[in-house]
Design a protein around this ligand. Sequence first.
Ligand SMILES: Nc1ncnc2c1ncn2[C@@H]1O[C@H](COP(=O)(O)OP(=O)(O)OP(=O)(O)O)[C@@H](O)[C@H]1O
Ligand SMILES: [Mg+2]
Length: 295
Amino acid sequence: MNAITFTGVSKSYDTVRAVETLDLEIGAGQAVALLGPNGAGKSTSIGMLLGLVRPSGGTVTVFGDSPDAAVRAGKVGAMLQDGSLVAGVTVREVVEFVRGLYPEPMPLDEVLSLANLTSLARRRADQLSGGQAQRVRFAIAIAGAPRLLVLDEPTAAMDVESRRSFWASMREYAAGGRTILFATHYMEEADENADRIIVMARGRIVADGTAQVIKAAAGGRTVRFTIGEQPTVGLDTLPGVTGVELRGGTAQLRTTDPDATVQALYASGIQVRDLEVKGADLEDAFLSLTGDNQN
Ligand SMILES: Nc1ncnc2c1ncn2[C@@H]1O[C@H](COP(=O)(O)OP(=O)(O)OP(=O)(O)O)[C@@H](O)[C@H]1O
Ligand SMILES: [Mg+2]
């Protein structure tokens, strides 16, 4: 049985089409990353999956049930982008409270240790740093030992060390055959922690596959230089070039073969200044992946 199924799911907020006819199946035991720029529809999709947002059309099921039923049965744990923590109680009390809501919770010590909170257990949950509070949100998400763990940008506000230990815990949690879905903006996080990456942009899935497949689709390099007032004819026919953008005296070439492009560029007689070669950034890649779908 699939952990998650979206069938023709859409969501509009007044005039904003946040999610457009989403079809998606996630098998039990997979760790899946949801990648995409701001406003892509990641949180909206996660909201529908948790029964917090009602779809405008289509059906979402979680382990074959409605999201509400799956959540009520304790099959789902979630870490949301903007959950605030209860005031006046300790970390330990928060975790104990959440454990009490689930039929077969994880032992308290295990939750605290996985979330790296053992030494903060007696601290007040509303008096923690941003990164520490994120760890408490993670503890809340796993306290019930849910079969499906949904995390919306879990490492936002975490420092490098916290991130590392967070992902190690997440992988440990996933290892028992559990299903994980997490939203992120970071390609490396998706690459290192997911079996499958789904890229969303403008409410649609624009790529879906292993990290290798996605990176190839999002691949390519950018060659940038100052071109000034010189004629720009022929830039698009340089070897490897798949796109040319000119803005304020700067030329930006997308290329599949930066070495060949740069060599030909110098040979072309154009006076090249401030040359820069870099990997296409993800935002660019998302836009190129959405291609003609944009309006
Ligand atoms: N409650 C709401 N009311 C109106 N519009 C909304 C609401 N929530 C989201 N939207 C709009 O829906 C679209 C998708 O938003 P969503 O929060 O799902 O994106 P996201 O991929 O999670 O982005 P981010 O990376 O910034 O978290 C955006 O255009 C957003 O402005
Ligand atoms: Mg979001």
